[in-house]
Design a protein around this ligand. Structure first.
Ligand SMILES: CC(C)(COP(=O)(O)OP(=O)(O)OC[C@H]1O[C@@H](n2cnc3c(N)ncnc32)[C@H](O)[C@@H]1OP(=O)(O)O)[C@@H](O)C(=O)NCCC(=O)NCCS
Length: 201
């Protein structure tokens, strides 16, 4: 199954998809939010993954990692998470962070450890998710996680993550180590070189 960079015309569908799994909807169409989706042959969104970078580019807030309920527990979520980690590392981020109240064990298996939510909020103060959580008071109820992030360790040898070296949006130029393909029992993820348009404000 291919991953596509989320385009402006995908935003409504991905909003419905993320709302159904109770994930944050803010900033889905913002140029600073990197978001990929996968669809089934009928066009329904079946998975998503992404991140948002800090202003200095050193920190990545992993977000919008979701798999439709019928397709869970087959490694897809881990593949999607690793894809985002790999891309964030390729963009130059050295640390990944995320909020997750319900899926801590999933993230721990991917190398994340508990973090101070205030440290996350300081490192990623300008991101849509942190601003939303601050404004709504949700920040105080969130659970933060973090892990070091480098191109070498963001990619786990048991996975097969293939990506184009030309995203078309200027966010990930150059040769991507994410394009390295390694053997895997799980299905591969390929990112199509689609442009990320941002028609909505
Ligand atoms: C979290 C999520 C992406 C995992 O997708 P997945 O395809 O099931 O992931 P994998 O198959 O790679 O890994 C599944 C394993 O992760 C762990 N796991 C996943 N979610 C978990 C949770 N909420 N609590 C505890 N363990 C969890 C389990 O060990 C699970 O193995 P099991 O199914 O045999 O019990 C999926 O459950 C989902 O979309 N949840 C709703 C959205 C969400 O909460 N996203 C994370 C915040 S960004």
């Amino acid at each position: 199954m291919d991953l596509e960079r989320c385009r402006s015309e995908d935003v409504d569908a991905v909003t419905d998809f993320l709302a159904a799994v109770d994930l944050t909807l803010s900033g889905l169409d913002a140029p600073t939010v990197r978001l990929w989706i996968e669809r089934d042959p009928a066009g329904a969104v079946t998975g998503s993954t992404g991140y948002e970078l800090s202003a200095d580019g050193r920190h990545a807030l992993i977000r919008s990692v979701a798999v439709r309920p019928e397709a869970r527990s087959r490694g897809r979520g881990s593949d999607l998470a690793r894809f985002a980690l790999s891309r964030a590392a390729e963009e130059g981020a050295s640390r990944a962070w995320l909020f997750s109240r319900r899926s801590g064990p999933f993230w721990q298996r991917l190398g994340f450890a508990p973090a101070e939510r205030d440290e996350l909020a300081a490192a990623l103060a300008d991101t849509h998710q942190v601003r939303l959580f601050r404004n709504t008071g949700q920040l105080e109820r969130e659970v933060a996680w973090t892990r070091a992030l480098t191109p070498a360790d963001a990619e786990t040898p048991s996975q097969n993550v293939a990506a184009s070296s030309t995203d078309g949006d200027g966010s990930s130029g150059g040769n991507l180590s994410a394009a390295r393909s390694v053997s895997s029992d799980s299905a591969s993820l390929r990112a199509r070189p689609t442009a990320c348009a941002t028609a909505r404000g």
